[in-house]
Design a protein around this ligand. Sequence first.
Ligand SMILES: *[C@@H]1O[C@H](CO)[C@@H](O)[C@H](O)[C@H]1NC(C)=O
Ligand SMILES: *[C@@H]1O[C@H](CO)[C@@H](O)[C@H](O)[C@H]1NC(C)=O
Ligand SMILES: *[C@@H]1O[C@H](CO)[C@@H](O)[C@H](O)[C@H]1NC(C)=O
Length: 527
Amino acid sequence: MPCLLLLVSIKPSILIRMKPSLTLGILLSAYVTPALCQILNIVAHQDDDLLFLSPDLLHYIQSGHKVRTIFLTAGDSGMNANYWQGRERGARAAYALMSDAPDIWTEKDAGIPGHEAPLFTLNQDPNVSLVFLRLPDGHLQGQGFDVTGNESLQKLWEGVIPSIRTISGSSSYTKDELLKALISLMVDFGPERVNTLDYVHPYGDGDHSDHHSAAFFVAEAVKSYETNPMLMGYMGYPVINETANIAGTDLLEKQLAFYAYARGDPAVCNSHMACQGDQYYPRWLEREYRLDGGPVSNAGSPQVAGLNALVTLDGSLSSDPKHLPLTYEWVQVSGTPMDLMNADTNHPSFMTPNEPDTLNFELIVTNGGIKSAPAPVTVTTMRHPENIALKAKVTASSANTAANQTPDKAIDASTGGFPAEHTREWVSIGGKTGSWLTLSWESSPQVVSKIALYDRPNLDDQITGGVIEFDSGERIDIGELNNYGTATSFDVEDRTVRSLTIRITAVSPSTMNVGLSEVQVFGSSVS
Ligand SMILES: *[C@@H]1O[C@H](CO)[C@@H](O)[C@H](O)[C@H]1NC(C)=O
Ligand SMILES: *[C@@H]1O[C@H](CO)[C@@H](O)[C@H](O)[C@H]1NC(C)=O
Ligand SMILES: *[C@@H]1O[C@H](CO)[C@@H](O)[C@H](O)[C@H]1NC(C)=O
């Protein structure tokens, strides 16, 4: 049973509306509740999932699916424990970022009979978990590394060695035991969908030996796992020779998850700047290719809209590997049910409700029968959707002018900042507690209903406390801002102001230069 979206609770009236005689285009087949499938990813190394299975991976996490990833090798590359432990920390940081949760995990044993392997569960989002089997990295051609006895998964798969030891030597697996271990992990998690690397092409095709080995083991294990989950393979290194097909917000979020990982892996580039001269990572990040030739859905960027306003969604960055025409299927998954016009196109539209709301949609695209994974998008509606910060004059306690990280970058309509677009954020010079940023509107007073603050997206610098002071003398406390550069919002009840100051009163211990990647102020001018 393919596990994508199961349409349940369709209202009878909707079925009538979906008759083809309808001339306005098919109305949204809403209101549907997607069945949230359990997604199990099994890959070789701690960045394979981030490079080759994403943005599907990112989308499954964002839309609340239960997602577990199993890493078969330690990803040691023949190096010491510091190196592979860093990569595991990097994997945890990336998953914390993708689920927008603090990087705090609970560790227990994965429960494979007769074998030890840690299972990490994200504290704030227990739907996200990681298992590390810590088998030795097999090297590009499966030759293994001297320090781990030249053992490799390929040699185990091909019967060259009778068993393989974990990197700490605490456990060992024969081929049959490893298959049984994978089946027991599947039974324990109950996936409806298992994603892995390339189990179709042979060793020596330009991909890493461990990628194929992991996928061969997974495909074999899935055959013996009774409930028959859907198996999906993703191309590894050879995607580099395919057309780039990931763009927009999906690409940026995929890159940011990889950069979070890269903090733990000194062997890879870890920012837009550092990746610029790199031949591989930026190109892998721009691609995702499935073995079944399935298309990739892209539901566009999150939107803010007014009440009773026309909103157009944008699925135009969706792509098909063979450039076949796509069919578009949008479903609404939360919020007041909307009637979508042109719901079977890449630009459906609808009128927003007359009360503030958060509307979540998902897009699935199909190319002659093969469906993409779902891509989510959020539309937030509010009474005053205009971002009046864009009209303000801005000053700050200090700014890194040399790096082009000036105060106006906090109101440049871009939430970008290091490690991606570092010239799109305001950064103080060594500022910590006591730093401030002021917005003022000299021409007329403003009615302000909501303020959204975006911390610098890098994981080291974080505002953990502050106040917003209005010229009226009123002030509101802001606690810790989200550390990943996503919005932390404050409702401020339509107060009339001429200026406001964001004053920072606490920062994380690792903070070097506090700043903000964006400040949005929703309101309107008092005419
Ligand atoms: C976790 O998954 C369940 C069901 O799969 C879902 O209802 C819930 O919203 C998810 N939780 C989060 C924090 O996403
Ligand atoms: C690993 O292989 C290399 C090259 O064949 C060989 O020189 C070395 O002795 C092997 N190491 C072990 C531990 O078997
Ligand atoms: C990409 O194509 C080039 C040129 O045909 C080839 O040399 C290279 O091996 C290919 N890379 C991969 C990873 O398949």
